[in-house]
Design a protein around this ligand. Sequence first.
Ligand SMILES: *Cc1c(COP(=O)(O)O)cnc(C)c1O
Length: 423
Amino acid sequence: MYDFKSGLECALQLDKDDELSHFRHQFHIPKHSDGSDSIYLCGNSLGLQPKLTQEYISQELNDWAKLGVEGHVHGKNPWLSYHELLTDKMAEVVGAKPIEVVVMNTLTTNLHLMMVSFYRPTSKRYKILIEGDAFPSDKYAVESQLRHHGFDDKDGLLLWNSREGEELLRYEDLEQILNNHGDEIALIMIGGVNYYTGQFFDLKRITELGHSYGCVVGFDCAHGAGNVNLDLHNSGADFAIWCSYKYLNSGPGSLSGVFVHERHAYNKELNRFTGWWSHNKETRFKMRDDFDMLPGAEGWQLSNPPILSMAAIKASLDIFADAGMNNLISKSHKLTAYFEFLANSIGNDSIKIITPKDKNERGCQLSIQVKNADRTLHDKLTEAGIISDWREPDVIRCAPVPLYNSFEDIYNMVERLKVILNG
Ligand SMILES: *Cc1c(COP(=O)(O)O)cnc(C)c1O
């Protein structure tokens, strides 16, 4: 589909034709020890800092300095309603309606809050199904929910595993699990894009399958948000959560996004934990009314939020809105396909890409499996100015991010990899 060539000229031409190439200059690119820009392929772990971020955070620091508590109502961006400034743009990024989205807390915290509402086990239907190689925090969280409800965490946890000798998960195996255990499963909780293999699941297909067996379906989209077209509303999922520090470039430990499908927006019967921020905004400060729940995802908020962290998210979302999620995704397809083309042309059997080849089944990340789990390859890449990450047991994850990575980055990366592999 693309007409890639192996030389540097092709990379330079691709950058020249790239209408998003100027966005790279809106980010701080970390330097290699020799003073050159490093080749940063770690946006799947911590996205780079937009230059705008400092300005947005300074704005709030200045309002706090000048106005103190008055900043809640008289700041340039009043803090009382600050989170609302994020909602529309965040909803756009994940393909949701504004009423379905809120930014609050951190990711694992939100996973628990969602399970308070959406994991309602009974003595017959209490199991939770996750991917076999789910992100550890998600696994620990669901195990602790099982124990919290008095179930055994081994008996209660079902795994959708890959087959012997394979890395990717197959839908027919998921269908088989549901066929055998569907009426015992209370919740299906899958990583929308698997953190290890980079496999992007068909959220709609999984949701429809789960719902047909009466299961609640939620997704952890930490590796999907800002990376792939999640189309959360149309997926029909009951809930989703994601963090904002990976592809959403909002800084270490920054806040998480939550999606609760519109069909649950006005359901006051759903069990939930509440706080003053889940209460009707009009009467919140009367401080003594009976609880009056906010509709939509906002109704899951507990606390008044950390504005400095939200300022960083606002900076990032303004850039996403400017670039356009669809434009980013089409560049991403091309950039990752180019990476795959060059990496495969090295022709060295000590590395193998395990991420799906179909662009609709992956985001930007390619997971490179290293023969004999030779970690020194990753160390050598780091020495050569390439920032990627090593994940046990044997994978180097590389994520070319369309906002700030260039085709030239990819060309240089693979050239260096070639030298390291072929000596
Ligand atoms: C990054 C990531 C996390 C991290 O959770 P925090 O609560 O933000 O520390 C959890 N789950 C998945 C799937 C992730 O990719």
